[in-house]
Design a protein around this ligand. Structure first.
Ligand code: NAP
Ligand code: 8YV
Length: 329
């Protein structure tokens, strides 16, 4: 559904993506909102309106803001996107064209870390299979088999040790599970062992917890070689982006017993999930719900609004991305 008004004096904002009451009701009448839910809707935007747009709220990562889309708006100053991951926005193009980009870090960190630990335990201890077993009535005739996996005898290799990685690390510490990590640079002030090489880390652990950004630098970094190094007790939990794990290699590794199991919240072509994964018993599949509680999604929506409000009040944005750091305004 698309809607738009034309105004010359007020600040014209594009709202791009699924409709969000907290976003559409978040602005005073100083702003004129032009809402477009899909790329198809956006094609109906008139050049006269596009020429007025100074700010954009992107309400979900299902709409992509590539250079071609950004180029539609000659007066665009800022894109405020929902989500901490912003691989759906061409931030390099934005930087080169003096467009600020903001995201929504921190407000979702603990929520996503909760889901990561939940997904790890659900995968190891086969919660979903057990639930199906009970509902089918089988419990009345036989005891549910012992799980092969357990958190008790595991060592977790974190792929990414940023905000969410550290929050997952704290949960694993509380569960008395040893943790090491891989990232490009070691993180100051933490005691976990750093592995500059992912394969070396995979050889040293039996569990990978993947929580890095998407995009070119991480594309398929968890590949067949990493899976082989992880070995037959191996478990991969991915809450990062589907692009980070080679999905076809993962399917092959799960089928052949190269690794034991996987827990996945993200997929290469969301919302489409390969039938082969859906047919497997040794995977737990979630529909990208890492941050998907009412309280956390509301905080993310509010931050989308607050970044735009700060900018148009002449203040620096609250949470600019690394490519477009805030300057004094
Ligand atoms: P962050 O604080 O920026 O941390 C990113 C971590 O990844 C850092 O440790 C970084 O270290 C590492 N990293 C980045 N590029 C890398 C590369 N090429 N190779 C190895 N390590 C790399 O981000 P965050 O807030 O923790 O969020 C992480 C990601 O989680 C997001 O970008 C998003 O994709 C995903 N996420 C998913 C959900 C969900 O619902 N499933 C929710 C929130 C976030 P170096 O820079 O030193 O390499
Ligand atoms: C978002 C996420 O909900 O923040 C992220 O990076 O993956 C999720 O929290 C998702 O990107 C939808 O926009």
């Amino acid at each position: 559904m698309a809607s738009s008004n034309v105004s010359s004096e007020k600040t014209d904002l594009l709202i791009y993506g699924p409709s969000k009451p907290l976003v559409t009701n978040g602005f005073s009448d100083q702003f004129v909102l032009h809402a477009f839910e899909t790329k198809h809707d956006l094609e109906r935007l008139s050049p006269a309106v596009a020429a007025k747009i100074r700010g954009a709220a992107v309400t979900f990562n299902t709409v992509r803001y590539d250079g071609t889309t950004l180029a539609l708006f000659p007066k665009l100053e800022i894109v405020s996107t929902f989500g901490v991951g912003y691989d759906h926005i061409d931030a390099a193009y934005a930087r080169d064209h003096n467009i600020m980009v903001t995201n929504t870090p921190d407000v979702l960190t603990e929520e996503v870390a909760d889901v990561a630990l939940g997904l790890l335990i659900a995968t190891l201890r086969e919660f979903v299979k057990a639930d199906r077993y009970l509902r089918s009535g089988l419990w009345t005739t036989q005891i549910f088999p012992l799980s092969v996996g357990s958190l008790r005898d595991r060592k977790v290799g974190m792929v990414g040790m940023g905000r969410i990685g550290r929050a997952i690390g704290r949960r694993l510490d509380a569960s008395r599970v040893p943790v090491v990590y891989h990232s490009r640079k070691p993180v100051a002030g933490i005691s976990y062992q750093h592995y500059p090489d992912l394969i070396e880390m995979a050889k040293a652990v039996d569990t990978l917890m993947v929580i890095v950004p998407g995009g070119a630098s991480t594309a398929k970094m968890v590949n067949a070689d990493v899976m082989k190094a992880l070995g037959p007790r191996g478990v991969i939990i991915n809450l990062a982006r589907g692009t980070v794990v080679d999905e076809q290699a993962l399917i092959a590794a799960l089928k052949s017993g190269t690794i034991l199991a996987a827990g996945l919240d993200v997929f290469e072509k969301e919302p489409n999930v390969p039938d082969e994964l859906k047919a497997m018993q040794n995977v737990v599949l979630l529909p990208h719900i890492g941050s998907a509680s009412v309280v956390t999604r509301n905080a993310m929506d509010q931050l989308v609004v607050d970044n735009l409000k700060a900018w148009f009040a002449g203040r620096p944005p609250l949470t600019p991305v690394a490519e477009t750091p805030a300057k004094a305004r």
